[in-house]
Design a protein around this ligand. Structure first.
Ligand SMILES: O=C(O)C(=O)Cc1ccccc1
Length: 317
């Protein structure tokens, strides 16, 4: 008699919950997550801890939005939690409604529950229409509304338009976001070492530290990319936190680590930076093919390497 094979743990995906958040909408775009177990969590740290502990296969987290910039909690977590890789990016258009318990009028609203990132994106409307309001931070856009029924001192909440599918709330105002075209970028993060295949429309995410007190160190870092024809789509500084004036750079570059020009730039960074964290190469959400000059084609780098190898091994010219 043979032993039955152990049942593998159910594949789980963590996301900022509860159901109805924009983060859930991003996870719905992931074909591999369909039909799997989804675990709603309270913050980015909890989502990433699920991944590092092996409790979850992957986690969906917000990393950047078009109004308020980079999500610092996410950028800092990716810089400090070891072993994480980004498998893909997903874009979700975001707009917001102001909701309240049934029967509340806009004129009654004194205090508003809102996720800090949603609050930052609705600040113009809130300051104009509710100039004296107070703000209570919430863990997510849906929990902002849910807590109105759980003893919150707030009278209203900033929430996603789909909130009425989940909760019995009155919508006091629609489209309260300061930018009607706001988009949030999410990333799916895992511990997997498997690199997504290059598609020609890829992005590589890195975190780079600079040598201390070296004039021109930032320029030298940027030159690693410019001399290989590699375009940057994001560069943002975040304080390292141990002393004033020490920063790390969150960098997104066009291209895949399997592209020779990107690989060569990474070698240059590794030589010149005290710490380079490779967060992953993955397909761009906008599917835009990466454009670059033909002098940075893979074949040009390969030929140069072969030429050097030939010289070293004494091959005839
Ligand atoms: O996913 C959500 O709904 C969140 O609460 C986080 C968030 C906040 C603002 C814009 C996008 C995501």
């Amino acid at each position: 008699m043979t032993d039955a094979a152990p049942t593998p743990p159910e594949e789980t995906y963590s996301y900022l919950g509860p159901a109805g958040t924009f983060t859930e909408a991003a996870l719905k775009q992931v074909a591999a997550a369909s039909g799997k177990h989804w675990r709603g969590v309270n913050n980015v740290g909890e989502a990433l801890a699920d991944v590092t502990s092996g409790r979850s296969t992957a986690a969906m987290i917000a990393i950047e939005n078009s109004v308020d910039g980079g999500v610092s909690a996410t950028q800092d977590a990716l810089a400090t939690v070891p072993g994480l890789r980004i498998l893909g990016e997903y874009l979700v258009p975001v707009n917001f409604v102001l909701v309240a318990r049934p029967g509340t009028a806009l004129a009654d609203v004194r205090v508003v529950n809102a996720h800090p990132v949603a609050y930052a994106q609705s600040r113009g409307w809130l300051e104009r229409e509710l100039p004296n309001h107070g703000h209570i931070p919430a863990t997510s856009n849906v929990s902002a509304a849910a807590s109105l029924f759980e003893g919150s001192q707030a009278d209203a909440a900033v929430a996603p338009p789909g909130i009425t599918d989940h909760l019995d709330v009155d919508v006091l105002a629609r489209d309260i976001g300061d930018n009607p075209n706001a988009v949030t970028r999410f990333v799916l993060v895992s511990r997997s070492r498997e690199l997504p295949e290059p598609t020609g429309a890829d992005k590589t995410s890195l975190i780079v530290e600079l040598p201390d007190d070296e004039p021109g160190a930032l320029l030298a870092m940027l030159e690693q990319f410019s001399t290989r024809g590699v375009n940057l789509s994001l560069i943002q500084s975040r304080p390292i936190g141990d002393a004033l004036g020490r920063y790390r750079f969150v960098v997104d570059v066009d291209g895949h680590i399997a592209d020779e020009r990107v690989a060569d730039a990474l070698l240059g960074l590794r030589r010149t930076s005290p710490n380079v964290i490779f967060l992953g190469s993955y397909p761009r959400a906008d599917e835009q093919t990466v454009a670059y000059h033909s002098k940075y084609d893979d074949g040009i780098f390969i030929e140069a390497r072969d030429w050097l190898r030939g010289l070293l091994s004494g091959e005839p010219d």
